[in-house]
Write a protein that binds this ligand. Structure first.
Ligand SMILES: Cc1cc2nc3c(=O)[nH]c(=O)nc-3n(C[C@H](O)[C@H](O)[C@H](O)COP(=O)(O)OP(=O)(O)OC[C@H]3O[C@@H](n4cnc5c(N)ncnc54)[C@H](O)[C@@H]3O)c2cc1C
Ligand code: FES
Length: 507
């Protein structure tokens, strides 16, 4: 029985499969212990590793579009010909396999020599690129610059102490105690020196001089640039209430923040989470996994209603209650005195640890002081360039003209930040790539993933296909009959199809 469970899926491709057995787009099989996916694209058949290099998502459940395959879990995209991780959140290339024909059989026996990723062809390679920010966008940009065979200097400045980490994990598995810390780095520590990326941690940028093209560090040093990427992200809003500065009251943005919460949670019996949106509720779920009693205090009547609508909000509320979370909605904390938190409604809650998750503010001060055009974020053009030539912006700070919604939007999504970092990198090399990716985010609550594509700040209709309560649904947010965004639970293919349809409609 155990052997059966461990045996790789599908037919043994090294023995070959008859063409007649491969009627659809994809066929999952194996070569030795490796699971390999046969993929039909037009008249060609490709063979590629069957699992995504991000979190091991099953590509057989994904979507094939031309010569690329999209992962069902967080929408990474791989080039079928080269295995390249063409779009974040995956960065590592997949192995591609040699497809042979033996009469009417398809046989796969060996990996192809790892092909080179496609190079966009730099037209204007500057000699010095500086990246301010060691998060999603900054990392993705640095990695893409080297993937594009950029050979000039890259200096990456980050005020964090840790090299770039998988930030979404900080409110999920790592906080829950189910992921070891060595899962967090986006790349091993020696990657940066190996790729000749001068990563300077614990380094605060004080200002930028756009005229002389210099970045000034808080320590006084000046670093010249030809192209600059600003990717300073966002910072958690802190509550202006008495007692919010105590050691057991936390916000969550960095690995250090997360370690501090874990230290406070160690031996804690009860926690208060202030804020009932994505981060707050993910934190609540993770603290429940540590068997801590969790009280969530939120101003809203329904968690997540503003982003996901009333019915999804009720579902998320009920899901957390099923897991023992106690809600105090339409309420807030007015002061924290030691372990006693006073609610606006008058009650008092006692807790050993408090996590404040009431939203973030984009870190705009460098951009503002440097004189960049600002509109509730750093304004960027279709190529992610700011109002100052040579300075680009990406991630949580950037407001760009989204071709799908037709609006200038700014979002706080991991995958968007990474994809903007990648596009900005190519544009800093002169490749003139319009940033037109449809926004995507995911959120995880216990065993329930919620995927969301598009962008809907308001809607006049919500259409539910399937059943939210049984965790099998596609929820469409519409305005004037047009689909602006799609949320889904366990309907990954529909989510990928919605993303593709939005991309095509905007093209
Ligand atoms: C706990 C948590 C969980 C999340 N989960 C999800 C999720 O499930 N799905 C999702 O879509 N999104 C999620 N997000 C949001 C996502 O992480 C952000 O949208 C993303 O990190 C934004 O990337 P960024 O590069 O713009 O900013 P960041 O990743 O925040 O990076 C900004 C960097 O800039 C540096 N910096 C700022 N100012 C300076 C300065 N003056 N000098 C030097 N360095 C500076 C910072 O130190 C940091 O390294 C989560 C966020 C958090 C905090
Ligand atoms: S597992 Fe494939 S994108 Fe996350």
């Amino acid at each position: 029985m155990a052997d059966q469970q461990n045996s790789p899926a599908g037919p043994d491709l090294s023995q070959g499969v008859a063409l007649s057995e491969f009627s659809g787009d994809m066929l999952l099989g194996h070569v030795g212990d490796d699971e390999v996916l046969l993929v039909r694209s037009g008249s060609e058949i490709f063979a590629i590793d069957a699992h995504c290099s991000h979190y091991h998502g099953p590509l057989a459940d994904g979507l094939v579009d031309g010569e690329s395959i999209h992962c069902p879990w967080h929408h990474a995209c791989f080039d079928l010909r080269t295995g390249e991780a063409a779009r974040a959140p995956a960065f590592n290339q997949l192995a591609v396999w040699k497809v042979e024909r033996d009469g009417d059989r398809i046989v796969v026996r060996q990996k192809r020599e790892q092909p080179k990723p496609r190079i966009g062809g730099a037209v204007d390679a500057p000699s010095r690129i500086v990246i301010v920010g060691g998060g999603a966008a900054g990392f993705a940009a640095a990695e893409m610059l080297r993937r594009q065979e950029y050979r000039g200097s890259i200096v990456m400045l980050s005020s964090e102490r840790a090299p770039p980490v998988d930030r979404p994990n900080l409110s999920k598995d790592y906080l829950a105690g189910s992921a070891p810390e060595d899962w967090l780095p986006l790349r091993p520590n020696d990657f940066y020196a190996g790729a000749d990326i001068d990563l300077r941690l614990g380094t605060e940028v004080a200002s930028i001089d756009a005229k002389t093209r210099n970045v000034l560090l808080a320590g006084g040093q000046s670093i010249p640039y030809d192209r600059l990427l600003l990717a300073t992200g966002a910072e958690p809003v802190r509550l202006p209430i008495p007692g919010a500065d105590q050691a057991h009251v936390h916000v969550l943005r960095t690995l250090d923040d997360c370690r501090a919460i874990i230290a406070s949670a160690d031996g804690a019996r009860r926690a208060i989470v202030i804020g009932a949106s994505f981060i707050g509720l993910e934190v609540a779920a993770s603290l429940r996994a540590r068997e801590i009693e969790v009280h969530v205090v939120g101003l809203e009547q329904r968690p997540m209603e503003r982003v996901l609508g009333a019915e999804m909000g009720d579902f998320v509320h009920a899901l957390h209650e099923e897991h023992g979370v106690i809600f105090h909605l339409s309420d807030t904390v007015t002061s924290i005195d030691g372990k006693r938190a006073t609610l606006k409604s008058g009650g008092v809650l006692e807790a050993d640890v408090v996590v404040v998750g009431v939203g973030v503010r984009p870190r705009l001060s460098l951009a503002e002081r440097c004189g960049l055009a600002i509109d509730r974020g750093v304004k960027v053009d279709a190529y992610l360039e700011t109002s100052a030539p040579g300075i680009y912006a990406a991630g949580d700070i950037a407001r760009w003209s989204d071709p799908h919604s037709g609006e200038a939007i700014r979002v706080e999504h991991w995958v968007v930040a990474e994809r903007q970092g990648q596009a900005a990198a190519r544009n800093m090399l002169g490749q003139r790539e319009v940033f037109d990716a449809v926004p995507f985010f995911w959120s995880q609550h216990y065993d329930v993933p919620i995927n969301y594509v598009g962008h809907a700040e308001k809607w006049d209709e919500i259409e539910v296909d399937g059943n939210i309560g049984t965790r099998d649904c596609v929820v469409r947010y519409k305005s004037g009959g047009r689909v602006l965004a799609v949320a889904s639970i366990y309907r990954d293919l529909a989510s990928l199809q919605a993303e593709l349809a939005m991309e095509r409609a905007a093209a």
